[in-house]
Design a protein around this ligand. Structure first.
Ligand code: HEM
Length: 545
């Protein structure tokens, strides 16, 4: 053994063997054991060498021998990994940046240098390499092909959720969205489906109307000012609706007119995901440190408190958690707490971003604003307020919302999946090997001119009878994802967005205040969901009531 420790060939051989063993499989959740485990082993080897080798007279001498062996071991391991990933990997035929082949740290650097808008970087790769499939990580591909959507996200897909989903599992458990167990998801989704059934939505409708009325009231007060931060008001609305429908409690943000610490906490807890989320083992490591886990743990505690308060009451009108809480259990299971966090993030940031972008588009295209207003003015013309049912069937309004969802998807980078062991073959014959991480870049897919001619044009008409030829491939429109893991809150979200937008148009003329909404374009941040930048507008009331 003592001789083995002195043998550089043995150390190098061990390096190669380690690569062989750990190549493939999912080791992300064990990486945090490497540093303490390795240090322990290092110490044990030094002690062994000191005691067992008669040629060694001091601890320093033993340390040097083990240090040399370790350096050879690590250098061989790293070289083997780099050469393999760069030239021999099963994904070697797919083009992409060279550094991305070697390490996912490449993505982190691109996130930071790309102003936290990775979806634009990925779109750039597809353009640069002129291909639908780009290698974006050692074992990761970005696939921007509408034909591949059914195979990757569709109801019959054999792909499973990728390792990204379990990055924070040890802290927060698994929510409906982050569980990677297909059966667990299926069971839990039943309750969520009931919570968002047509009957449930009818019960939520009055709450949406109520909060929209309050939003308009507040905006009318603030319209006297030259500039209104509409993005914040939409955010307050989205949070209050989510609180009311989810937990039968408002967060009172519209009333107060100021950002509750809850919004800040959501964004702080998501912020790390925008950078480290791309390396699940790094998320795991970070969340095992008190500093790294602080924001998420603080948020989880607040989320838990919201749930504890909710559990004490039996609401007169059911809310989402009426369907999810098991009244026979006293405690709140970890997974339900994770569902609570899901409800808060999924139910607020997404509609917030979509509506803010829609206002931005309508201020950019004043003709589109005028046309949409003209159309919504004809809905229930005698009413000063349009209820959810009044706006349920207005194709042009839906078209405008769809355009915001298409051009500015609230989940822009897509959803991570992993191919089955046998791999998958795309309709064009391209074989994607097994256990490959795949992303379908929603932002890129929805701006692809093969599916949407004149893709950068904001054109609600493409979704109506007026210009249907501008939607060539509807499969490429997946802002709410697709298949069994699709957005359960889609209908609720559409209902909210229709009511708010129709009433905003009925009440105000909207224009940019100051610049052309540059912060939305430049400061929106991709943290899985989009944390949208601020938008200031001038609101001119249409009637003086
Ligand atoms: C513009 C609005 C919205 C957009 C664009 C959107 C988009 C999405 C997307 C892309 C997913 C798939 C996530 C994944 O597979 O990892 C998703 C899932 C989900 N969304 Fe939404 N969402 C919106 C609004 C809402 C609302 C208002 C709620 C609830 C109040 C909600 C609740 C959920 C839930 C619970 C899931 C997980 C579903 C599952 O895994 O089975 N969403 N959403």
């Amino acid at each position: 053994m003592a001789d083995l420790l002195r043998s550089k060939i043995a150390a190098a051989g061990l390096g190669l063997f380690t690569h062989f063993i750990f190549n493939g499989g999912e080791w992300d959740h064990y990486v945090h054991l490497v540093v303490p485990g390795g240090s322990l082993l290092f110490g044990a080897l030094v002690a062994f060498e000191h005691v067992a080798d008669p040629r060694v007279f001091s601890l320093i001498q033993a340390f040097r021998i083990v240090e040399t062996a370790t350096a050879v071991y690590l250098a061989t391991l790293a070289t083997s990994v780099i050469i393999y990933r760069a030239y021999f990997h099963r994904l070697r035929k797919f083009p992409g940046p060279f550094t991305a082949r070697i390490t996912k740290f490449d993505t982190i650097s691109r996130v930071i240098h790309g102003d936290y808008q990775l979806y634009k970087v990925i779109e750039g790769f597809h353009k640069k390499y002129k291909t639908d499939i780009v290698r974006t990580g050692p074992r990761e591909l970005s696939i921007a092909s509408a034909d591949a959507i059914p195979l990757i996200y569709g109801p019959m897909s054999k792909c499973r959720k990728g390792v990204w989903y379990s990055g924070a599992y040890h802290v927060e458990g698994a929510s409906l969205q982050t569980t990677r167990d297909h059966q667990d998801h299926r069971e839990r989704r039943k309750a969520w489906d009931r919570a968002f059934s047509a009957k449930s939505l009818r019960e939520y409708e009055p709450r949406i109307n109520r909060h929209t009325r309050l939003l308009l009231e507040k905006l009318k007060e603030h319209a006297k000012k030259p500039s209104v931060r509409i993005s914040s008001w939409i955010g307050f609305f989205a949070f209050d609706v989510m609180g009311d429908i989810g937990y039968n409690r408002g967060f009172g943000m519209l009333e107060k007119g100021e950002e509750d610490e809850m919004i800040e906490m959501v964004h702080k807890s998501m912020a790390n995901m925008s950078t480290f989320g791309h390396i699940p083992w790094a998320v795991g490591m970070m969340l095992r440190t008190s500093v790294g886990a602080k924001d998420l743990l603080t948020f989880m505690k607040v989320v838990q408190d919201v749930l504890i308060e909710r559990k004490k009451i039996t609401p007169a009108e059911p809310d989402v958690f009426s369907y999810l809480i098991d009244e026979t259990k006293e405690d709140i299971p970890k997974n339900l707490n994770a569902d609570s966090r899901l409800m808060i993030v999924a139910g607020s940031d997404t509609t917030h971003a979509t509506l803010t972008w829609l206002v931005w588009e309508l201020c950019t295209h004043k003709d589109a604003q005028a046309k949409l207003r003209n159309i919504t003015d004809k809905l229930a013309p005698d009413q000063s307020f349009l209820n959810a049912e009044d706006v349920a069937n207005c194709p042009h309004l839906d078209g405008a919302i769809n355009e915001s969802l298409r051009l500015h998807p609230a989940v822009p980078s897509g959803l991570q999946r992993e191919t089955p062991t046998s791999g998958i073959t795309l309709p064009d014959g391209t074989y994607i090997p097994g256990e490959t991480t795949v992303w379908m870049p929603i932002h890129t897919l929805q701006r692809d001119e093969r599916s949407f001619p004149e893709p950068l044009k904001f054109m609600p008409e493409r979704w109506t009878d007026e210009a249907p030829e501008y939607v060539k491939d509807k499969r490429a429109f997946i802002p709410f994802s697709a298949g069994v893991y699709n957005c359960v809150g889609q209908k609720l979200a559409m209902m909210e967005m229709r009511v708010v937008m129709a009433n905003l148009l009925r009440s105000f003329e909207m224009d940019f205040a100051g610049d052309m909404g540059e912060a939305v374009v430049e400061k929106s941040r991709d943290a899985f969901t989009l944390s949208v930048g601020t938008l200031d507008v001038k609101l001119t009331p249409r009637c003086k009531d």
